[in-house]
Design a protein around this ligand. Structure first.
Ligand SMILES: NC(=O)c1ccc[n+]([C@@H]2O[C@H](COP(=O)([O-])OP(=O)(O)OC[C@H]3O[C@@H](n4cnc5c(N)ncnc54)[C@H](OP(=O)(O)O)[C@@H]3O)[C@@H](O)[C@H]2O)c1
Length: 360
């Protein structure tokens, strides 16, 4: 087992989780409980939970609750009640906008999972291996909004899976047209989420607001930072999203054409060779392989592949010629880890190695 690198600067940063009682909040807690650079020191949620012990406020969903959090008192999501400068937000999007803004105004670095700020022109939407340089938007954000804090977002869970799988191909061959069809796990809807009688043995061909989110976020994720602004990827994209009876793991069926028309063998080589941005190589949550290529005819599958790279690897398979466009393929990633809490923790690690966190 490799020993994780010590925190840059030598001391761990104290961090808080907002929305700590929800599905993504709990994943944050599992990932932060033994993190080599961050120490979970506070948990916050709604007034329904504030004042309670965490163990009484949260319905713990998976495995054992880490002892470090069980007796913490949940505080409300008010910047004057949270001491940590670094806060991970797993807040419901209905409330995330105002709360995250208040934290950034109070000088906190907010790592958000919510959709509210993702498309703001001065807010980075980051997958570190794909677009680490987009963090440069923070300088513009601070000037334009007049705050010393920052908001850094990670993308919609299905957009994240698609963007990781497509980044090596877009970088080498230039995406032109893109069709995405998703099969998304129930955990993507939070807890209690979709009613069991609606989803058991069923497929629901609608997820509210998901298709436009995918279509706009993937163009920003695969865009370029130029003169302090993101130039979106200029490709056309059409998305269809479905909720399926799978616990964790979003599957994305991709059909795409490219300006330089790669063959399936060229695409496979690009996917295998891609290591992602160099600045991520020493990050503790970065998987050794951001993309794993499978050659099995019947994979990737959520049951077999969702935990690849501790939930941070996107597995890509069925790379083949498309009779209408150039290529088709299937990508799978863990929506709660790579697509949510794990992605946010990786973003915070990137802030740390690029000197963008205050001293611990
Ligand atoms: N699930 C995924 O795969 C996924 C992936 C990417 C992004 N996201 C995004 O991540 C966020 C969290 O999703 P989730 O699935 O974890 O949802 P969830 O299970 O419904 O959890 C929502 C959290 O928000 C808190 N909250 C609700 N109203 C609040 C208020 N008025 N003030 C303060 N806190 C409040 C809840 O606290 P109480 O328990 O006290 O009510 C709970 O901790 C959402 O924005 C979602 O879109 C989710």
């Amino acid at each position: 087992m490799t020993v994780p690198p010590p925190p840059p600067g030598g001391r761990k940063w104290k961090v808080a989780v907002l929305g700590a009682t929800g599905a993504v909040g709990q994943t944050f807690i599992r990932l932060l409980a033994n993190h080599p650079w961050f120490e979970l020191s506070e948990v916050a949620a709604s007034q329904r939970s504030a004042g309670k012990r965490y163990t009484d406020a949260a319905r713990w969903l998976e495995g054992e609750m880490p002892p470090v959090v069980a007796n913490m008192q949940v505080v409300s999501c008010d910047p004057s009640e949270v001491k940590a400068t670094i806060v991970f937000s797993a807040l419901d999007s209905g409330v995330a906008g105002d709360i995250e803004e208040a934290f950034a105004k109070a000088g906190k670095i907010v790592l958000s999972n919510a959709r509210n700020f993702r498309m703001a022109p001065d807010v980075p939407l980051v997958i570190p291996e794909v677009n680490a340089d987009h963090l440069g938007l923070i300088d513009r954000q601070r000037v334009e909004r007049g705050w010393t804090g920052a908001i850094v977002t990670n993308a919609n869970c299905a957009a994240t899976v698609a963007a990781v799988a497509l980044a090596p191909l877009h970088q080498r061959y230039g995406l032109d047209k893109l069709f995405l069809t998703t099969m998304q796990a129930v955990s993507g809807a939070g807890y209690p989420g979709v009613a069991s009688l609606d989803i058991l043995g069923n497929v629901i061909p609608y997820i509210a607001d998901e298709e436009p989110k995918l279509e706009r976020e993937i163009r920003k994720l695969l865009g370029r930072l130029e003169d302090g602004a993101i130039v979106n990827g200029s490709f056309e994209v059409s998305a269809q999203t479905n909720r399926v009876a799978v616990e964790h793991g979003h599957t994305v069926c991709i059909a795409a054409s490219f300006h330089d028309h790669p063959t399936p063998d060229q695409a496979l080589a690009a996917l295998r060779e891609w290591k992602g941005d160099e600045s991520t190589f020493s990050l503790p949550s970065r998987p050794e392989h951001p993309i794993a290529v499978t050659h099995s005819a019947d994979r990737p599958q959520p049951r077999r592949d969702v935990d690849a790279g501790a939930g941070m690897t996107v597995t890509v398979g069925r790379v083949r010629e498309d009779p209408i466009l150039d290529l088709r393929m299937v990508a799978l990633g863990h929506n709660m880890i790579r697509g949510a809490a794990g992605g946010s923790v990786l973003n915070a690690e990137l802030l740390a190695v690029t000197g963008r966190l205050p001293a611990a």
